[in-house]
Design a protein around this ligand. Structure first.
Ligand SMILES: NC(=O)CC[C@H](N)C(=O)O
Length: 218
């Protein structure tokens, strides 16, 4: 019998972090910190194989280099398992930076060799702020969609932006910078895309919001 309490909702759910390339260790560390701080009954695993993927209830695709991530996925036979997994509406999916690019439907530039999962109905522009030297951190107030998430130190490293929402019925923008660039969006109720790297901030509140909103659905 489910009492409907948080414990039942958590019951050993597994959050996978795609570990083919990029900042997957930092995501794992942030998630485990949230689990330690809140006593969530959750597990976090690095995902490199279809077998590991199949045990997951959620998948985070980290920042890094999307062309490399894409080539490694193809060469390791992970493209098809990932393509199918992310289309399961019972799974929570979160792409950060290169991960946002990798789950997008269309990429408007630097798309040679890139084979995205074409999940999220958006067109993205890679390296939209310029090169590494133009990377930046700014405090953002995400409290409109994430209660209490004020003044979050938001890290943009050679970040993409969402140039166009291809299906506004399914995709809603969550955050737009003062210059009008969309840097966070949600598709349906289970897919999150962010241009920035919460895993590189010395602050786990964004990951805790992801766990509550997308995984245990508190
Ligand atoms: N920090 C990042 O993930 C950068 C993304 C990278 N510039 C790309 O286009 O794939």
């Amino acid at each position: 019998m489910t009492t409907g309490n948080t414990q039942d909702l958590q019951d050993n759910k597994v959050i996978g972090v795609l570990a083919l390339q990029g900042a997957f260790i930092e995501h794992i560390q942030h998630l485990n910190c949230c689990i330690d701080q809140n006593g969530y009954n959750l597990n976090v695993v690095a995902v490199r194989t279809a077998e590991e993927l199949n045990h997951c209830d959620a998948l985070i695709i980290p920042g890094g280099e999307s062309t490399s991530m894409s080539l490694i996925a193809q060469r390791t036979g992970m493209y098809k398992p990932l393509y199918e997994f992310v289309r399961n509406p019972s799974k929570a999916i979160w792409g950060t930076c290169a991960g946002l690019i990798y789950i997008s439907k269309e990429v408007s530039n630097e798309k040679e060799l890139l084979k995205p999962l074409e999940l999220v109905e958006i067109k993205v522009k890679r390296n939209a702020f310029g090169r590494q030297a133009q990377s930046f951190i700014q405090d953002c107030d995400f409290s409109d969609f994430a209660p209490g998430l004020h003044d979050f130190p938001t890290v943009f490293i050679r970040a993409p932006v969402i140039e166009e929402i291809l299906d506004p019925k399914r995709v809603k923008p969550l955050y737009t910078l003062d210059n009008g660039l969309i840097v966070a969006a949600i598709q349906d109720e289970n897919i999150l895309a962010t241009s920035f790297h919460p895993e590189l901030a010395d602050d786990v509140r964004f990951h805790d919001w992801f766990i509550k909103r997308f995984v245990i659905k508190q």
